[in-house]
Design a protein around this ligand. Structure first.
Ligand SMILES: NC(=O)c1ccc[n+]([C@@H]2O[C@H](COP(=O)([O-])OP(=O)(O)OC[C@H]3O[C@@H](n4cnc5c(N)ncnc54)[C@H](OP(=O)(O)O)[C@@H]3O)[C@@H](O)[C@H]2O)c1
Length: 327
């Protein structure tokens, strides 16, 4: 038996319960990982509220780091005792230990500690596929401006630093002046406090009226339409999250009216559906971290039992950078 944070029904943070669960032995293609640290992500909130539905009861969590404890038949890239980390589509990481498909699990370089790893897999792999593979038709070149919302969050601060390393001018947005300063200290060229300023007008001003080639929008409902207004003709809106709520249905006609725009709604787990792609992307993340181009900030730590407080803080926009649960 092992401790885990489980929900029996969808709802607020109060539905998170610390329970004992039976983990069992790994089946073919699976491993059992004993967690040292578990990442917290906004997707965990969507899964708790039922915006994204899974069968119940459900142990939450999609990201963690730890040690391989048992290996199922057919798994060749991992062995008992390996230090590992993962981002997995099937929740279950808010726990002391779990079973999961080995294809999502990668070995951790010695120089990366467990907390850092737990804070950077799901978020770092996301920034990797966004900035390197979710591109406007004309591509991105050093010197180009991009807009990245919620720039002081977990994904956001990694994006600020990675964009700087790629030579991109990242125009961030964030909900307070302090968060904007943090984003700028981490590589954003500009950061707009969207609670106080009209971010469309500011983006137009910063880009001499031209607009940007791509907007990475994880805020969703509150920003979607105005994000389109930040784009130049043929620009791309990558709508990759819904922290303010799901985006309302829209008519494709608005994309014509605003300049032959493109919209995509990507998810990490399409990119990491094979072991080879997961490994290749993880190596790209490890490289920028080991080079020091991207520093992973763990700004909030909670005991596993305090997962409900972690969710309250995340939803109240009180957090910056990454948060971890410690089993
Ligand atoms: N599609 C994918 O593959 C993928 C993968 C990973 C993450 N994501 C998405 O990326 C986003 C960031 O994830 P994260 O885990 O790093 O979270 P995070 O950015 O650390 O936290 C979310 C941030 O969103 C902003 N926000 C704006 N409106 C909000 C509202 N009404 N309620 C709560 N927050 C609001 C807040 O920043 P401000 O106060 O600065 O506004 C808040 O801190 C999430 O939307 C997540 O779903 C998508």
């Amino acid at each position: 038996m092992t401790k885990a944070i489980r929900i029996q029904r969808y709802g607020g943070p109060e539905v998170l319960e610390l329970v004992d669960v039976d983990v069992g032995e790994p089946g073919p293609g699976e491993v059992r990982v004993r967690h040292k640290a578990c990442g917290i992500n906004f997707i965990d909130v969507y899964q708790r509220t039922g915006l994204y539905q899974n069968p119940l009861p459900l142990v939450l969590g999609g990201e963690a780091a730890g040690v391989v404890e048992a290996v199922g038949a057919g798994v060749t890239h991992l062995a008992v005792g390996d230090r590992v980390a993962y981002a997995a589509p099937r929740p279950g990481s808010y726990s002391e230990a779990r079973l999961l498909a080995a294809l999502h699990v990668v070995k951790l370089p010695d120089a990366i500690d467990f907390e850092t790893a737990a804070a950077m897999m799901l978020k770092g792999l996301t920034v990797d596929y966004l900035l390197r593979r979710t591109l406007p038709v004309e591509g991105l070149a050093p010197g180009d401006c991009i807009v990245f919302h919620a720039a002081a969050g977990g994904v956001g601060l990694i994006a600020c630093q990675w964009a700087r390393a790629l030579g991109l001018n990242l125009i961030g947005t964030a909900g307070s002046d302090e968060k904007c300063e943090l984003a700028k200290a981490n590589g954003a060229t500009h950061c707009i406090n969207y609670n106080r300023e009209d971010f469309v007008a500011r983006v137009r001003e910063i880009t001499d009226g031209k607009g940007v080639k791509v907007v990475y929008d994880s805020v969703g409902k509150d920003t979607f339409e105005r994000s389109l207004d930040c784009l130049r003709p043929f620009g791309l809106l990558a709508s990759f999250g819904n922290s303010s709520g799901a985006v309302a249905p829209f008519s494709p006609g608005i994309l014509a009216a605003k300049g032959s725009l493109y919209v995509t709604r990507p998810t990490l787990f399409t990119h990491t559906s094979s072991r080879e792609r997961t490994q290749a992307m993880a190596e790209e993340v490890f490289e920028v971290v080991l080079k020091g181009d991207v520093k992973i900030r763990v700004d909030q730590r909670y005991p596993l039992a305090d997962a409900a407080q972690a969710h309250r803080d995340l939803e109240a926009r009180k957090t910056t950078g990454s948060s971890v649960l410690l089993p």
